[in-house]
Design a protein around this ligand. Structure first.
Ligand SMILES: Cc1cc2nc3c(=O)[nH]c(=O)nc-3n(C[C@H](O)[C@H](O)[C@H](O)COP(=O)(O)OP(=O)(O)OC[C@H]3O[C@@H](n4cnc5c(N)ncnc54)[C@H](O)[C@@H]3O)c2cc1C
Length: 400
């Protein structure tokens, strides 16, 4: 759906313009719209659009959804098969649902509809080329110019950049990353007999390259099969996916979609704002470094960005705008930042000793329990390390 009031848009400044309608952008637009502000959500694709993603919804993602949002679950996971590069396979089961699985086009579209119901306006099929905070396109110091491909310029009191891992708004803000990974995925339609075998169960395979892993996420008649590894090993990552699919006996089924996407994790000193522009989600490099879980990071940082963008929109001068932007950065760092730093340490240990992770999860009950509690959202990795001194000491010892 696209609105057709572009000439009005050009004259009147929006309170908040959000760039990108993934989970981060839809959350930001929702948060700013429920606060009663004039919000415009810009998306370059037509919706629903495909996004390379496993679609795993862990507890923190479920808990960050807007009120009244019904998750379009394709499956409920109650069992996990772990393997170490195809070997030592073991399945662990839980009496509770561990996490849910969704299809991203459906999930993202539904989030956008929620933002629209809250009052946000949507324009699809528009690519933002750049934002300008000074110069002739900016009529007064309290506005930001958003320049679209084709030359049209919109004005806003605050901008939220939620345009994903190749973010243009992130480049404007100066986002710095210290981890870039390549994820490859295939959506594989399978016959009923194969689908039944996977129902309610995922596979996680600790991969052959340091820090890599693969997954099978069942979604009814389709399996999402993917792998992720450090960028720069494209050929080896591709081979890993091919071997993974082959040894699962799935090579005979033609994927309906094969795609790849980069994930990027911010460095600790990376900015989260510049002037009246905030970044969130993948655009800000907010992602769990070990698992590369990003939906909960997008939903949580998106909501915070929307809330603080409202305050920036109200700011009468640069000092006040800066104060609100710093508050946003503080809120992100205090929550997601802490989770990311623990995740980075986990990744370092996992890169060196994947076999130990495998042995712990398959053979050591407290490790499996911790996994189930984290995926269900009753705790976080950071919380476990903070409240269990032994866990912190083990991580410290292995981190060296
Ligand atoms: C292979 C793989 C598997 C993954 N699996 C999981 C998983 O199972 N669970 C999980 O939690 N996370 C997973 N992730 C991470 C997750 O997909 C991302 O962290 C999440 O999509 C981030 O959401 P976002 O809203 O920040 O960005 P995106 O979802 O990328 O949305 C950005 C939006 O901005 C739009 N856009 C981009 N540029 C412009 C522009 N210039 N103008 C206008 N619009 C623009 C794009 O079209 C897009 O719709 C996975 C990632 C990969 C690569």
């Amino acid at each position: 759906m696209s609105s057709d009031n572009s000439s009005d848009d050009a004259r009147q400044a929006w309170d908040v313009v959000v760039v990108g309608a993934g989970p981060a952008g839809a959350s930001a637009a929702y948060a700013a719209a429920v606060a009663g502000r004039r919000v415009l959500l810009l998306e370059k694709a037509e919706l629903p659009r495909y996004k390379t993603c496993g679609g795993g919804i862990i507890g923190p993602s479920r808990d960050s959804l807007p009120p009244g949002f019904e998750l379009p679950l394709r499956d409920r996971v109650q069992a996990v098969t772990f393997s170490l590069d195809g070997k030592y396979s073991r399945t662990r089961r839980s009496s509770h649902m561990l996490f849910g699985l969704i299809n991203r086009p459906e999930f993202d579209q539904q989030l956008v509809e929620h933002a629209q119901k809250a009052g946000a306006e949507l324009r699809t099929g528009v690519t933002v080329s750049r934002v300008e905070q000074h110069g002739p396109a900016v009529p007064d110091r309290r506005t930001v110019a958003i320049v679209l491909q084709g030359g049209e310029t919109l004005l806003a009191r605050a901008v939220v950049g939620a345009d994903g891992s190749a973010s243009r708004i992130g480049a404007h803000v100066g986002v710095k990353v210290d981890q870039v990974d390549l994820g490859l995925e295939a959506e594989i339609p399978v016959p009923d007999s194969v689908a039944e075998d996977w129902a309610g169960r995922v596979l996680i395979d600790w991969g052959p390259m340091p820090g890599s892993y693969g997954w099978v996420f069942p979604k009814g008649d389709t399996l999402t099969v993917g792998v992720i590894s450090a960028r720069g090993e494209g050929a080896a990552t591709k081979r890993y996916l091919e071997d993974f699919i082959a040894r699962l006996g799935l090579a005979g089924f033609e994927p309906s979609i094969s795609s790849g996407h980069l994930t990027r994790c911010r460095s600790e000193d990376s900015p989260l704002s510049r002037g009246r522009v905030l970044v969130c989600g993948d655009a800000a490099g907010l992602l769990e470094p070990w698992t590369r879980e990003g939906i909960s990071f997008a939903l949580r940082s998106g909501r915070l960005a929307g809330e603080w963008a409202v305050r920036i929109a109200e700011a009468q001068d640069a000092v006040d705008a800066r104060r609100q932007a710093l508050n946003y950065a503080f809120a992100v760092k205090a929550g997601l930042g802490v989770e990311m730093s623990v995740g980075k340490r986990m990744l370092t240990v996992f890169e060196r000793r994947p076999g130990m992770f495998h042995a712990a999860l398959t053979g050591f009950r407290p490790a499996w329990k911790a996994f189930t509690r984290i995926t269900r959202g009753s705790t976080t990795l950071a919380e476990i390390v903070r409240t269990h001194p032994v866990a912190g000491r083990v991580l410290n010892a292995m981190d060296r």
